[in-house]
Structures are given as C-alpha cells and as structure tokens.
Write a protein that binds this ligand. Structure first.
Ligand SMILES: Nc1ncnc2c1ncn2[C@@H]1O[C@H](COP(=O)(O)OP(=O)(O)O)[C@@H](O)[C@H]1O
Ligand SMILES: [Mg+2]
Length: 335
C-alpha cells in the first residue's frame, strides 16, 4: 500500500446537512471526521478514500482516480456501501451505530453515532507505560470481552464477518463498555461470493485462513482474532503472526509466562481460540462465551484445621531435610 496523505475535508464544510468539525483519524482506506448534524448532535463521519487508489489534493473535494484504478475503486465503493447498509440494520449496544449513508464527491460517507472514549489499544498501551501487572485484570478481560462477543454474535447473525478485530478496532466508552468499530474488512458476507478486496490485515491478529486465497472463512476466523486480542491485553503485544507460527510456533513460551498472572482456565481458552486449524477452534461465538463462563478460575479450597496442621508439620520436616541437604551440598562443594 502506497503511503500517501490524502487531504481531509476542510473544517467547517457543510455536506449533506452535516458540518465537518475536524478530522479525527485517517487510515489507509478512509478518513474519519467529527461532525455535527442539523440539531447540533455530534456524529462521526467515515469517508471512503483508499489511499492506494485515490488521491485528493489540498483544496479539492473530489479525489483523482487513475483509469486503471477505477474498477477496483468502484468495487471497494460498492462494498463499503453494502457493509454500511448491513451495519445500519444492526442495532446493538456493543456495535457502532450507523445512522446514515450518503454519496458525495464521487465517494461514499457513513454517518455513525459519535462515541467518546478511547480504543482498547490505547488503554493497553497506557497501562503498559505505567508498568501495571497484570497488564489488564482478568475480571476486566472477562467482562469486557463477553460484551464484545455479544456484539459480534449479532454481527454474525446478520451474515457478516468482521475480519479485522483487534484492540485498535474495539472502542471503550467512558463507562468502559466496549463497541465494535471499523467493519472496513467485513467485505465478505457469509453467503455471497463478492470479489475480495484484500485489506491490510494486522499481523498477529489475523487468522491463518486470511493469508491464503479462498481460505475457509467463518465465525472461527473472528474467534481467532478475539483470542489474539485477549492475548494482547495480557501481554501488551500481539501474538506471533499466524503465518510465522506454521514454521516454528513460539506461543507456548508466551503462555507459560502468563501462568500465575492469569488463571489456567483463561489461558486455556486463549490457546483454544488461537489454534492454527480452524476446526480445532470454537466454532461459534456462543460456544466460546459458554466456555468462558464454565472455565472460571478454581477457588482456592479452604483447608480444615487438621489439613493445615499436617501441612505445617510436613513443611517443618522438609526444612530440616533441606538444611541437611544443603550441608551435604556445601560439604561436596568444599571438597
Ligand atoms: N463512531 C465513532 N465515534 C468516535 N470515534 C470514532 C468513531 N468511529 C471511528 N472513530 C475514531 O476513528 C478511528 C479510526 O476509525 P476506524 O473505523 O477504525 O477506521 P480505520 O479504517 O481508519 O482504522 C478510531 O480509532 C476512533 O478513534
Ligand atoms: Mg481501525
């Protein structure tokens, strides 16, 4: 993808009844603006503008697209529009709410409810900078991802896959509720066979079947990314990219480092989601949610008086034996 900076729409511009306040973010495929509607409500507007296909100069509104890029640009435009339409049908507290769609400047705009907060990625990085251990608490992970999965279930029910789940695309409202953002890669409906526009998948979060042509995509593909996102919350970095894991899997070393910080049960669930073989992963979000509820950390058993006394006596004997052993070792070393 060519690194290229497209000029954003100017602040204050009136477009389809909205007023652009400022640019919030820009990525390879789009620019996101904070804007206000006719009643003064804050909205977020996402503009389709893939930087590898379209170029917009400062002071212009319509991007220039070279004739050889035009067919792919149009396919992307159609898909962006279709996705938005599908998303607009979804109304769920954990999925970004799409309010409107309009065409202008030879591109498409998606109007969403504006959310204040920050991405899970920013949240993780802040905690990592502060040196928090564990990075994100197990309680937070379980509660937050359960809500993320409620949203994802709704997406799958609507025959859509997200395909770009990662902490940067999970947004945390100020009260901590997560919402799924950025369905930019959800170009693959579960049923139809639309031409694929390969987006830039983020290494570490993308399932192995996304790296191959005609890979078997399904809910399990998003489930891999859920596992990878939970892993990122625990470690502060993404897992080893799945294409590299095929020629030397280092994940076991990382799982071992998490022992003691997180319950074995949670680590086991992450391991399950991150299986290379799609068939070995949870096959539906519901199955994964059920497993997370079942796989609760085992409470430490309260010991009886007799058990405590026995443990103490055993420890005492062990110490005596240790002292004896260490004397022996010292004697050996001295000799
Ligand atoms: N509905 C929204 N409300 C507030 N901010 C948003 C909204 N949608 C997107 N953003 C901001 O824009 C950024 C990029 O949005 P995203 O949809 O992930 O696009 P990209 O394709 O550039 O990654 C987000 O990280 C967030 O900061
Ligand atoms: Mg994004």
């Amino acid at each position: 993808m060519a690194a290229q900076n497209n000029a954003p729409l100017p602040d204050g511009l009136e477009i389809a009844g909205y007023r652009i306040v400022k640019k919030i973010a820009s990525g390879g495929f789009s620019i996101v603006y904070l804007a206000s509607d006719e009643d003064g409500n804050a909205v977020a507007i996402k503009e389709y503008l893939p930087s590898s296909l379209a170029l917009r100069q400062q002071g212009e509104l319509v991007p220039a697209i070279s004739p050889e890029n035009l067919p792919v640009y149009r396919i992307g435009l159609k898909c962006f529009f279709e996705e938005g339409r599908a998303l607009a049908r979804i109304s769920h507290p954990n999925v970004v709410s799409v309010i409107n769609f309009f065409r202008a400047n030879e591109t498409v705009y998606m109007v969403m409810a504006y959310e204040s907060g920050r991405s899970l990625q920013e949240h993780i990085l802040r905690r990592r900078d502060k040196g928090e251990k564990p990075l994100v608490s197990e309680r937070f992970i379980r509660r937050m991802f359960n809500q993320v999965m409620n949203g994802l279930r709704e997406v799958h029910t609507n025959k859509l896959l997200h395909l770009d789940l990662k902490p940067a695309n999970i947004y945390l409202r100020l009260d901590g509720t997560p919402i799924l953002l950025d369905f930019g890669a959800a170009r693959q409906t579960l049923k139809t066979d639309l031409p694929k526009l390969y987006p830039m998948y983020t290494p570490g979060f993308a399932a192995p079947e996304l790296y191959v042509k005609n890979g078997n995509l399904g809910p399990w593909t998003d489930i891999y990314s859920i596992g990878a996102s939970i892993f990122a919350c625990m470690v502060g970095a993404p897992p080893q990219p799945s294409d590299q894991r095929k020629n030397g899997d280092k994940m076991d070393v990382h799982y071992r480092k998490l022992e003691g910080l997180y319950s074995e049960e949670l680590i086991e669930v992450v391991r399950w989601c991150l299986k290379i073989d799609p068939l070995e992963r949870p096959q539906s979000v519901f199955a994964l949610q059920k497993a997370l509820v079942t796989a609760q950390p085992q409470p430490k058993k309260e010991l009886s008086f007799v058990e405590k006394a026995t443990l103490k006596i055993n420890a005492l004997f062990a110490r005596k034996k240790d002292i004896k052993d260490s004397t022996t070792i010292q004697e050996h070393t001295l000799n």
